[in-house]
Design a protein around this ligand. Structure first.
Ligand SMILES: Nc1nc2c(c(=O)[nH]1)N[C@H]1C(S)=C(S)[C@@H](COP(=O)(O)OP(=O)(O)OC[C@H]3O[C@@H](n4cnc5c(N)ncnc54)[C@H](O)[C@@H]3O)O[C@H]1N2
Ligand code: MOO
Length: 438
């Protein structure tokens, strides 16, 4: 019996052969690039470790609007005997580094550099009075009078509690220190990743080139939405579904459906598109009918077709197709039933392609839930049922097990795993599931 894990291992090894040729490319991350070509940033993966070129924060700064003080100056402060200190010149975010005189309180704003000599910040709300003195009593450092204010004319501020050194000080390098690994290769580039890279001053990143996938959905009865159907014909659900699924993990997809059951027609598409392609993904044409176009086309070229002990998604194929004496292309063949194709994507193609891109873990996170109702499962197969997870962690199936129930899939947020050997699931039984809605 060929298990899901067996098949995933083999498909991952096959798809892994494209990894080296993917190489890398430089991506500008300036705001102009982000707004000018947002699609270029979708689902990108770092090709190499990024070493932090600077520390974040790059200097000690205040976490609060308040007073920078020397903690030792406040050691005796109580509500009965507050410590009163003269207020020094204020330091705002963006001001140059300043000096703090022992025995004074320096007004600092959030993000302002901690003046040398101070080691803690007391938020303004905990000072007496809990508001900053108004100008002109409080000159800014940049103003000529700042350094020359006579201490006896300075306003004072009271503190009723001692403060620990380091309080509300954001120390240099407390997020990341210069020279440390900022982000590892294989990291998927999202909002926070882009933000922190830009925060270190970098203007570009090195990302993996997108895997170029030729997607061929097959079936002579399949037609494009928007065209008229003859009796027996149906609209193509697999091309959009698989195109989007592949794009959602960073692939560049060329979708060329094959509306013929003739292997020569399918191979003509592959020959035409092969020069710009890393991987061929076919959908349909792999089961036991009289004419199975994918088997017929790729079987003789070295692609293997087999049954995996899973439902849906039993019939599968994969292998290196020898297109010519000098050209081989990896091919992954998914079954044509729309739910089977999408479940196969989740179980095999998604983890295989993410692994090829260097992303780990490549598999959806496995979570545990309890069945909200009893149901049955074929014991000879690992079943992947579609469902939803309730707030209390219970799992409710949506629709039946059949692989044509794409609407049920569309209403689902999870794939529920029912392992081989299980024929009856009772109310409350624990099951693994994958979230598929993100
Ligand atoms: N005698 C047997 N028959 C079947 C077996 C089997 O083991 N023995 N396996 C069944 C299973 S399980 C599956 S899954 C399917 C796989 O079939 P194919 O991969 O050959 O796919 P097709 O026959 O081309 O199509 C299956 C089904 O899906 C519909 N389809 C196909 N493409 C699309 C599309 N682009 N959009 C919407 N719907 C599509 C197609 O019309 C068929 O209804 O084989 C079973 N049979
Ligand atoms: O295995 Mo098929 O994919 O159930 O319908």
């Amino acid at each position: 019996m060929r298990t899901i894990d067996d098949h995933r291992r083999d498909v991952t090894a096959l798809v892994g052969t494209i990894s080296a040729s993917l190489g890398s490319e430089e991506l500008s991350i300036t705001p102009a690039a982000l707004t000018g070509d947002p699609a270029a940033f979708a689902q990108r993966v770092l090709a190499s470790d990024i070493i932090a070129p600077s520390s974040l924060p790059s200097f000690d700064n205040s976490q609060m609007d308040g007073y920078a003080v020397l903690a030792a100056d406040l050691s005796t402060a109580t509500s009965d005997a507050p410590v009163r200190l003269p207020v020094a010149a204020r330091v705002a975010a963006g001001d140059p580094f300043a000096e703090h005189a022992v025995g004074t309180a320096t007004p600092v704003m959030t993000g302002a550099p901690i003046p040398a000599g101070a080691d803690a910040v007391v938020p303004i709300e905990r000072a007496d009075p809990p508001v900053f003195p108004a100008f002109p009593e409080l000159p800014a450092l940049s103003e000529p009078s700042a350094g020359g204010m006579r201490p006896e004319l300075a306003p004072t501020v009271g503190f009723v509690d001692p403060v620990e050194a380091g309080t509300f000080v954001r120390t240099a390098g407390s997020d990341i220190r210069s020279g440390q690994v900022l982000l590892r290769r294989g990291t998927r580039l999202g909002a926070a990743q882009l933000g922190v890279i830009a925060g270190t001053g970098a203007t570009s990143v090195t990302v993996r080139r997108r895997p170029r996938v030729l997607l061929i959905s097959t079936g002579h009865e399949i037609r494009d939405p928007g065209t008229e159907l003859l009796p027996g014909q149906i609209y193509d659900a697999n091309t959009p579904a698989l195109t989007f699924a592949l794009q959602s993990i960073g692939c560049a997809v060329t979708a060329v459906p094959c509306r013929s059951d003739d292997a020569a027609d399918l191979l003509a598409i592959v020959d035409r598109e092969a020069p710009g392609v890393d991987l061929v993904v076919t959908v349909g044409g792999v089961s036991a009918g009289t004419r199975e176009v994918v088997r017929d086309a790729f079987g003789p070229l070295g692609v293997d077709f087999m049954k995996v002990a899973m439902q849906p998604g039993g019939p599968q194929g994969f292998g290196l197709a020898r297109l010519s004496p000098t050209r081989e292309l990896p091919v992954v063949s998914l079954p044509g039933n729309p739910v089977s194709a999408l479940v196969s994507f989740e179980a095999f193609l998604r983890p295989a392609l993410l692994t090829a891109l260097g992303v780990a873990p490549a598999l959806r996170e496995s979570r545990r839930g309890r069945a909200a109702h009893p149901f049955t499962s074929p014991p000879g197969s690992h079943q992947l049922r579609r469902g939803i997870v309730h707030d209390d962690g219970t799992l409710e199936l949506v629709g039946g097990p059949s692989s044509h129930l794409l609407h049920s899939y569309a209403e689902s947020t999870v794939l529920v795993h029912v392992p081989i050997g299980t024929s009856d699931v009772a109310l409350g039984d624990e099951l693994d599931y994958w979230r598929i809605d993100g």
